[in-house]
Design a protein around this ligand. Structure first.
Ligand SMILES: *Cc1c(COP(=O)(O)O)cnc(C)c1O
Length: 377
């Protein structure tokens, strides 16, 4: 057994295995009810990184009674499939929402089970994604020449054994119209030993291959995680990140800025920050949308532009991702655009005037040097 397999088989999956829980027997009994609805998994690597109750890693993986609030509250707006993924599946476990790309679920196991997961309805339950759904998904891509981009998701594609992953990638690469393959994974940040030389050797064969890695907090970035990302980047894989905005975990500008800077430092380009989805059992993680806009303002201009991701809401009901930006345009008319910079200072950009061009311009004998013509607007 490899190191990562031991860490996975040593996962906490029962209430009895959870770290830093109150002693109360009554509380534990209630928590068992939560775990019957939404399974638990904390692999032993991730467990070793949890330092105390309510720390940012603890909050992401240890269930609380709040998860049942949405089920008990009949007026809750939260639902099991907030993005209506099931409604956009032409074949089981393949979401075809945008014209030229699809999302293919290759399993439904993860290195940890996130309490705020948008696919809480599926993750950790066996028998949903099968060899047969995967076969149908690949066949669908083969038959649809408009698909030029596939995102492997799940679950976590990197929990698929090497040989099987090799086979899936080989089959996808045999489809001529498929230009790029992306892998969406939480493995490098939560089970970094899974990134082995053998795995990199397999991945390298299937370029252009992109990764989007799920990271929510700077404490997830340990020396082991840096090593895993290094190995992937050295294999020529462009690395991006995806972050879910979570109340009490990363809804703070210092935390978010530090996360983005740490990601850049290990060659991961921040890609998306997601407003939390309306997934049943996750209401306690949601923030007001203004919080995300404020975080974007605290990043933009204050740190490397490379480290500023897009802030998006995945539209409830299945409209796809919509980018949101803090307002920087104060006025926009025919004459000028008035814009606000990161310090809040206002500048005017004059629009070009529509003077007809004139080829009969009289050119003076002596033109002034260009640098003496500087005009400050
Ligand atoms: C996020 C997502 C994609 C990819 O979107 P990009 O903006 O291209 O990264 C594709 N399909 C589905 C269903 C998605 O949710």
């Amino acid at each position: 057994m490899q190191e990562w397999q031991k860490q996975l088989s040593g996962s906490a999956v029962r209430v009895e295995d959870l770290p830093f829980l109150p002693e109360s027997v009554e509380y534990r009994e209630k928590l068992k009810k939560v775990a019957e609805v939404f399974p638990i998994r904390i692999n032993s690597y991730f467990m070793s990184q949890i330092k105390s109750e309510n720390d940012p890693l603890w909050k992401q993986v240890v269930p609380t009674l709040e998860e049942l609030d949405d089920i008990i509250d009949e007026e809750s707006l939260l639902v099991s499939d907030p993005l209506n993924e099931e409604g956009d599946m032409p074949v089981p476990e393949l979401v075809h929402r945008y014209p030229d790309r699809v999302l293919l679920m290759v399993n439904n196991q993860c290195p940890i089970i996130c309490r705020f997961c948008t696919r809480k309805r599926k993750i950790g339950f066996p028998g949903i994604v099968t060899r047969e759904t995967l076969r149908q998904g690949i066949e669908y891509i083969r038959l649809h020449s408009e698909i030029r981009d596939v995102i492997l998701s799940g679950g976590d594609p990197l929990l698929v054994p090497d040989k099987e992953l090799d086979r899936i990638l080989r089959e996808l690469r045999s489809i001529e119209h498929l230009e790029i393959i992306r892998i969406g994974t939480r493995v490098p940040g939560t089970l970094p030993h899974r990134v082995t030389q053998e795995l990199c050797k397999i991945l390298k064969k299937y370029h252009p291959l992109y990764f989007n890695i799920h990271f929510n907090h700077p404490d997830e970035i340990t020396p082991e995680v840096e090593e895993a990302c290094n190995m992937l980047a050295d294999s020529g894989i462009p690395l991006g990140s995806q972050t879910v905005l979570l109340k009490g975990v990363n809804d703070n500008s210092d935390v978010m800025t530090k996360l983005m800077q740490k990601l850049l430092k290990m060659r991961v380009k921040p890609y998306y920050i997601y407003q939390a989805d309306m997934a049943l059992g996750t209401n306690h993680f949601r923030t007001n949308v203004q919080k995300g806009l404020d975080l974007m303002s605290s990043l933009q201009g204050h740190t490397s532009g490379m480290g500023v991701p897009y802030f998006v809401i995945d539209a409830p009901g299945g409209g796809g991702k919509v980018r949101l930006l803090p307002n920087t345009v104060i006025e926009h008319n025919e004459k000028e655009v008035r814009i606000k910079n990161y310090e809040g200072k206002v500048f005017s950009y004059p629009q070009p005037t529509n003077k007809p061009s004139n080829n009969n311009t009289v050119i003076p004998e002596e033109l002034p040097a260009a640098d003496s013509c500087r005009i400050s607007v």
